[in-house]
Design a protein around this ligand. Structure first.
Ligand SMILES: Nc1ncnc2c1ncn2[C@@H]1O[C@H](COP(=O)(O)OP(=O)(O)O)[C@@H](O)[C@H]1O
Ligand SMILES: [Mg+2]
Length: 447
């Protein structure tokens, strides 16, 4: 079948009927396991394939190896398995142009093309986008040469935020307490010593104070649907202390985003963003993750990611009552989206189990024992796991498993998650006991 999408580009889609999709999910983390579960539950999906997948995904879906940073390899796999829709999970294949390559051979894909993926792949590009379209964000400068960066540092107050512009797997942001620290950070980044080519351009920006929250929207050109707001915990230690990680836990909905604040974000951030994408002719069809700092002067955007956040995905997707695959398909085609998303009136929390030593070095291959039977309202999502040659489930990464609890209040969802945390056993297991503390302690709070 060939569809003409709303912008007139031709997208052909292979499927015998609308309810017979073969979906290929690209990626290997907790985010992708959550996406695989959504696909398995979708009435319009008949087959789910993941690449490369992980130890948990492999028990639920067919997994194939793939070079995620190589669009040609993704295309050849998608053709081999006759995928009707490819959902690209991580930023690396999006930035490499996986979606453009898939569409070029007539395969529908959920996720932005290479041009729009620069919003994540280049923080300098993203900040210029914010500035051009009046999207509230921290004051900034972008630099590729040391002398002008150092001159700029003299004009700033401290603390100051220094960011490697390119992809740095969440490690490229440094908060400098003084000019000296800022100067050495800038020099290390620009020389390529700190983050290779990702640091050869830097963004230097004003330090914002406030609480962080994120909002995911699914975009199809001019239309978008908002997912429940979430908050995550990046630091390894309780009370949000210690080293930064990929994420130790998250919860949704985040009640700090009140209905009034949500409206303000729709008006000042999202509308301006969608209009900006149209003006810049950035054909956006996929998830946009909006990282926000809620300052006294209103919400300001810290960054955009061009895909679902991990672990946030693990808590927001289960709150959606509608068939998300149908929405992904509409976005991939560039079709109009429904006016609103139907949500379950529930709260969801994920506690991430990591391998001891993470985010530094950690052992792999530790055998994992899971309970035979899961309680209702609690689920497990695999991230760094694999099935070893002996057929055992073992650890295979820093973030090993996400344990998700869902309930009518955040407190109940936490109880469900932590009860299951205790039943998952591996000798290197480490986790935070205080996920959700901001919201659970907030007085008065809604949940
Ligand atoms: N302008 C800022 N003011 C204060 N903190 C910031 C600022 N920019 C980033 N941060 C902190 O650094 C973290 C990482 O920055 P972000 O822009 O999200 O980059 P990335 O996620 O790619 O590492 C944020 O979650 C926030 O805690
Ligand atoms: Mg971030």
């Amino acid at each position: 079948m060939t569809y003409l999408n709303t912008r007139g580009s031709r997208v052909s889609i292979r499927m015998s009927k609308e309810s017979d999709l073969t979906v290929l999910v690209i990626g290997s983390g907790g985010r992708e396991h959550s996406l695989v579960k959504i696909c398995l539950n979708s009435p319009i999906v008949s087959k789910v394939i993941a690449a490369p997948g992980n130890g948990g995904i492999a028990t639920e879906a067919e997994c194939h190896p793939v070079q995620v940073d190589d669009p040609a390899d993704i295309v050849s796999l998608a053709q081999r398995v006759e995928a009707s829709l490819v959902i690209v999970g991580p930023e690396v294949p999006l930035a490499a142009g996986a979606v453009d390559a898939l569409e070029a051979v007539g395969i529908l894909a959920y996720g932005p093309g290479k041009a729009a993926a620069q919003l994540e792949a280049s923080k300098a590009f993203c900040k210029d986008f914010f500035a051009r379209h009046g999207i509230p964000t921290a004051a900034y400068g972008t630099f590729s040469d040391v002398d002008s960066a150092l001159a700029y540092l003299d004009t700033q107050s401290y603390p100051l935020v220094i960011k490697a512009s390119g992809l740095a797997a969440g490690k490229g942001v440094i908060i400098a307490e003084n000019r000296e620290e800022a100067a050495s950070t800038v020099q290390e980044m620009l020389s390529g010593a700190a983050f290779g080519d990702s640091g050869r351009q830097v963004v230097i920006e004003e330090f914002l104070e406030g609480e962080e929250a994120s909002i995911h929207i699914m975009v199809s050109g001019e239309d978008y649907l908002m997912l429940p707001p979430s908050q995550d915990h990046k630091r390894i230690g309780e009370g949000d202390t210690g080293l930064n990680t990929g994420g130790m836990g998250a919860y949704a909905p985040a009640s700090i985003i009140t209905p009034e604040l949500e409206q303000e974000i729709r008006d000042t951030v999202i509308r301006t963003t969608i209009d900006g994408l149209m003006k810049d002719k950035l054909d956006y069809r996929g998830t946009l993750y909006i990282g926000l700092m809620l300052t006294d002067a209103g919400p300001k955007v810290l960054e955009f990611n061009v895909r679902f956040g991990d672990p946030e995905t693990q808590v927001i997707l289960p709150l959606v009552a509608d068939d998300l695959v149908d929405i992904f398909l509409k976005c991939a085609r560039g079709d109009a989206l429904p006016d609103k998303l139907n949500l379950h009136p529930a709260y969801s929390m994920v506690v991430v189990l990591v391998a001891s030593g993470y985010p530094g070095s950690y052992p792999k291959g530790d055998p994992i024992s899971l309970p035979d039977q899961l309680m209702r309202s609690a689920t497990l999502v695999h991230a760094g796991t694999k099935i070893n040659p002996e057929g055992e489930l073992v650890t295979n990464g820093g973030r090993v498993l996400g344990v998700i609890g869902t309930g009518p209040t955040l407190k109940i969802s936490a109880e469900k998650a932590y009860a299951l945390v205790d039943q998952v056993i591996f000798s290197t297991k480490v986790f935070r006991k205080d996920i959700g503390w901001r919201q659970l302690e907030r007085k008065p709070h809604k949940a």
